[in-house]
Write a protein that binds this ligand. Structure first.
Ligand SMILES: C[S@@+](CC[C@H](N)C(=O)[O-])C[C@H]1O[C@@H](n2cnc3c(N)ncnc32)[C@H](O)[C@@H]1O
Length: 276
């Protein structure tokens, strides 16, 4: 494994914090060294981490920077991850909306998966909407899916998943919403059907930048991304997200995450679920 001098690590910390809000502590030195060692071996362009950091600071283009970003973050996700969030949405959003006990002007429902990774999360939201809204063609339901990672977004746009990725799903849903296709290596893959894709708009977005769209959203999923951010960044992000929610809108964080200790205009509604 290549070495990182403390000064070089500090330069990496500064880039990650300024650009993406990612908070790296000294404890991550070995992890970063490990990831960068693999990256540098693959590219074969840099003799040392020091050289690579020099490049990042001086002449890296946006694409190079995002390759670096990918080496720092993880895209781990799954379909219907944290099922309690989907149960909550069925109970507290879809059922009352369909019964008319929550007013829903123009039958417009907006959901945002704001660190969507390879797409399992927004496609799960779309599948749930298709399951629960019988006449969905007469509704204006849209799911916005954003992430910063080029690699993750390309996979989300492809919408083709390995058998192991869909294995945990309810088989009835898998049959209904995926078609089997043959992968390059001859393996069976699962391609999300067009009816699901049609509900989802995929866009690149750095959560630390301006957000070039307007709310309000009925639901925001911001799950398993704030683990990268320090307290101040998390608080700022959640306050911004709250500004994009309609009154009583739902914000879900990762199953192991909490907003406790953050000064945000949301109230807890269930484990890792908050309401505006
Ligand atoms: C572990 S995945 C979470 C995926 C999904 N939300 C879930 O819970 O299953 C974290 C995602 O956050 C994205 N991410 C990290 N920092 C980000 C930032 N500043 N802006 C946008 N996305 C970011 C990463 O690219 C990665 O895809």
């Amino acid at each position: 494994m290549l070495d990182i001098a403390p000064k070089t690590f500090q330069r990496i910390v500064d880039i990650a914090r300024k650009r993406w809000g990612i908070h790296l502590t000294e404890r991550k030195t070995a992890l970063v060294a490990n990831r960068l060692t693999s990256l540098l071996r693959k590219t074969g362009r840099f003799a040392s981490i020091e050289d690579y950091v020099e490049h990042l600071e001086r002449d890296a283009n946006e694409e190079d920077m995002l390759v670096f970003f990918d080496s720092l973050s993880t895209n781990v996700t799954s379909f219907f991850r944290d099922p309690q969030h989907f149960h909550f949405l069925e109970r507290e959003l879809w059922t009352p909306v369909l019964r008319g006990t929550i007013p829903c002007a123009n039958r417009r429902v907006r959901l945002w998966s704001c660190a969507c990774s390879v797409g399992c999360e927004p496609y799960s939201l779309a599948i749930q909407a298709l399951e629960l809204v019988p006449d969905i063609a007469n509704w204006d339901v849209r799911i916005l899916a954003t992430d910063l990672s080029n690699k993750a977004l390309a996979a989300a746009r492809r919408g083709v998943y390995a058998e192991s990725t869909v294995a945990q799903m309810d088989p009835a849903l898998r049959e209904k919403y995926f078609e089997r296709v043959r992968g390059d290596d001859g393996l069976t893959m699962y391609r999300v059907r067009d009816a699901v894709r049609k509900l989802v708009t995929i866009r690149q977005l750095n959560l630390m930048d301006e957000w070039p769209f307007a709310g309000p959203f009925d639901v925001v999923f911001v799950r398993n991304v704030m683990i990268y951010f320090d307290r101040e960044t998390r608080e700022r992000l959640v306050r911004r997200l709250a500004g994009y929610l309609r009154p009583n809108g739902v914000l879900a964080v990762g199953g192991a995450e909490t907003l406790s200790g953050l000064d945000v205009p949301l109230r807890p509604a269930a484990a890792s679920v908050y309401l505006k």
